[in-house]
Design a protein around this ligand. Structure first.
Ligand code: PLP
Length: 414
């Protein structure tokens, strides 16, 4: 019970639930002693956080940089110039696109912070007739929380097998109007390819249609490219929205160090693209923080365009390919149809076994019986009901153990 009057926090914040990944962690911790006693110590396939060590050279450089003069003082919110220049070079080397390091790039405390604050800056809090952001469904579960916390409304854009996970945006807009929403309140469309939780990518033509759609309706296109470097088939190599025509007119893109370099705890990323949006975002951001620890910026700037960095990513992707194969083989033996899995991210998105009524029921049973932690699909949106997501970021041994436990405990698809 709180000692304060009821309206201390605004009602949007009061209506927030604990983020699903932390909820699962808490639930697993409670069950751990009992599961361990039954030889079913929890194996987490829930978080999208690489478990490998970061590149050795990155950690070594960080240690050296810690001794440099002036490294421990405030940075600037937009990021040190060496950081933004390294980002511009990466955008050129990796995607062939030009970004002005002074005007079109801004550092972030991870892309979660960046997307969340951008959304806060876009949305005006209103009791009725709320501002709206179109979000893919299923999607990175935090998008819903960002929008809710900012006092906005998430309009779900269904990604389904039937629309090949690339819904026709004109049809989406038609439905949006039919549903009675006010187009004046529509602020932005979020796209995320490769997608968390689906792992799917989009064609260039489709992303171009998203650019054209946003231009037509004068709204912002937010491209979340957190998985830009996680791919193990050249056919599915992720691309930047800025490789497409006119994208800089209406888009910004979010990038992260977290997944490619296995530094989820370091909290570093960047946003780049449309100058007006990056600059306005920067004004808002400068009221919130004073920039990222310079040592992190410097070490990460160096890895970004280095052979060691690229080798690390390539090796990591070979590892994910192998881990995916372990899971594909094991789950096929258990009856899942694994014939068409994408080759990006480190997620598998799978239907729950037929005998379960809901994603939640299946995930709870898998945890309680076998100590295997996966995420119920509906945590990622309405379209996720009937599915679950697993991330194959743990050791090969643990993945084999997961399959073995599922066999022993009777978790088959049919
Ligand atoms: C699609 C997507 N965007 C953004 C993030 C946040 O990443 P960061 O560590 O850069 O905040 C995640 C993390 O899982 C993600 O899946």
């Amino acid at each position: 019970m709180s000692n304060f009057k009821e309206n201390l926090f605004n009602k949007d914040v009061m209506s927030l639930d604990t983020y699903i990944m932390f909820k699962l962690k808490e639930q697993t911790a409670k069950l751990e002693p009992e599961l361990t006693a039954r030889n079913r110590a929890p194996i987490s396939l829930s978080m999208g956080a690489p478990t490998a060590n970061p590149p050795k050279v990155l950690v070594e450089r960080l240690k050296e940089i810690l001794d440099e003069d002036g490294i421990h003082t405030y940075s600037t919110p937009k990021g040190e110039s060496y950081f933004r220049k390294a980002v511009a070079l990466r955008m050129k080397n990796r995607f062939g696109v030009d970004m002005d390091p002074d005007k079109e790039i801004f550092s972030l405390v991870g892309s979660k912070e960046g997307i969340s604050n951008l959304i806060r800056f876009l949305i005006t809090q209103k009791d009725t007739d709320k501002d709206i952001i179109m979000v893919p469904d299923p999607c990175y579960a935090s998008y819903f929380q960002f929008i809710q916390c900012a006092g906005g409304l998430a309009y779900h854009v269904p990604l389904t097998k039937e629309n090949n996970y690339m819904p026709d945006l004109d049809k989406v807009y038609e439905k949006f109007i039919q549903d009675g929403y006010n187009p004046d309140n529509l602020k932005a469309l979020i796209i995320n390819y490769p997608n968390n939780p689906l792992g799917v990518s989009a064609t260039r033509e489709y992303v171009q249609s998203a650019v054209d759609f946003c231009k037509k309706h004068k709204i912002l296109l937010i491209s979340d490219l957190a998985y830009s470097d996680l791919y193990f088939s050249d056919d599915e190599k992720p691309f930047s929205v800025f490789e497409l025509k006119d994208a800089k007119d209406i888009a910004v893109e979010f990038h992260s160090f977290s997944k490619p370099y296995a530094v989820t705890g370091w909290r570093l990323g960047w946003v780049c693209g449309n100058e007006f949006v990056v600059q306005r975002f920067g004004k808002g951001k400068s009221t919130i923080d004073n920039g990222i620890f310079k040592a992190l910026q410097k070490a990460c700037a160096e890895i970004l365009n280095s052979k060691e960095g690229d080798d690390y990513i390539e090796e990591g992707n070979l590892g994910y390919k192998r881990k995916q194969q372990i899971m594909v083989k094991g789950l096929s033996e258990l009856g899942w149809d694994m014939s068409n899995v994408p080759h990006t991210t480190f997620y598998l998105w799978l239907p729950i076994p037929k005998k379960y009524k809901s994603s939640f029921e299946f995930c709870e049973d898998l945890l309680k019986k076998s100590g295997i932690v996966v995420v119920p699909g509906n945590a990622f949106g309405h379209c996720g009901e009937g599915f679950f997501r697993l991330s194959y970021v743990c050791s090969d041994e643990k993945l084999y153990e997961v399959i073995e436990r599922m066999k022993q405990d009777g978790f088959t698809y049919n």
